[in-house]
Design a protein around this ligand. Structure first.
Ligand code: SAH
Length: 236
């Protein structure tokens, strides 16, 4: 059979990954393999265009990041997502990137998502169950947590129980880098976090082996804010 009409979801997901490779966003074969294995179509709500390179609304004033942003973050974090390593995804939203992290660190590692909208925690868990990362939900190497410990205790506090992390990704823009997240980074570890309000930079934070921290700007970005649940649900 030929013709686009006959191509299924996995073909479209593969075509998306190939395009990101052609554009040079994906350079690593491991990142390409993981993004091919986790079908993005399972994580975008019905009616969306999962393979289109754009962010998409997922309800609750949140968005799933564009494929090129997910790819760029996986590339930046690849060395800190080796088998057996520990990764934290703050503002895990749809669960897509947390699932990718789980595949990278494998069953001997740990991928931890933290999200403050309980409905997204529930739907992301369902999404992951349909994906290639499902076995890792069962073996405990992948978990998504609700960040509602107290009125204002949330993803900005990280997830101390499983710290320290080799890799921390933050999927929402913070006004400044939360101290708790730096603390939960392992020496030698890396955090990627969008920082800013109107103008945002994706920052790469490396914790040196002597616990010193070096920070650089990777690129200008536009993410939803890392904020309190109330502020997020009442923003418009
Ligand atoms: N990486 C996710 C991004 C989702 S958008 C994806 O691509 O699917 C950012 C997410 O951060 C939203 O789901 C939002 O609810 C969540 N968020 C914002 N502030 C938060 C906080 N303080 N604690 C936990 N999650 C937060």
């Amino acid at each position: 059979m030929h013709g686009l009409w006959s191509s299924g979801a996995s073909d479209k997901n593969k075509a998306m990954v190939e395009q990101l490779q052609r554009y040079g966003v994906i350079k690593s074969t491991k990142v390409a393999e993981v993004m091919e294995t986790i079908d993005r179509g399972l994580f975008v709500p019905p009616g969306g265009s999962p393979y289109f390179d754009s962010p998409m609304a997922i309800g609750y004033n949140a968005t799933i990041s564009a494929p090129h942003m997910h790819a760029a973050c996986l590339e930046l974090l690849e060395d800190h997502l080796q088998p057996g390593m520990r990764a934290l995804d703050v503002g895990s939203g749809t669960g897509y990137l947390t699932a990718c992290f789980a595949l990278m660190v494998g069953p001997g590692g740990r991928a931890v998502g933290v999200e403050h909208i309980p409905e997204l925690v529930a739907s992301s868990t369902e999404n992951i169950k349909k994906s290639a990362a499902a076995p890792q939900l069962n073996d405990g190497s992948l978990s998504i947590h609700i960040a509602v410990l107290a009125t204002d205790a949330d993803g900005r506090e990280g997830w101390p129980e499983l710290a320290p992390y080799d890799c921390i990704h933050v999927g929402a823009a913070a006004p400044q880098i939360p101290e708790a997240l730096i603390e939960q980074l392992k020496p030698g570890g890396r955090m990627v976090i969008p920082v800013g309000t109107i103008f945002q930079e994706l920052k790469v934070v490396d914790k040196n082996l002597d616990d010193g921290v070096s920070i650089r700007d990777e690129t200008s970005v536009r993410y939803v804010p890392l904020t309190s649940k109330d502020a997020q649900l009442h923003s418009n």
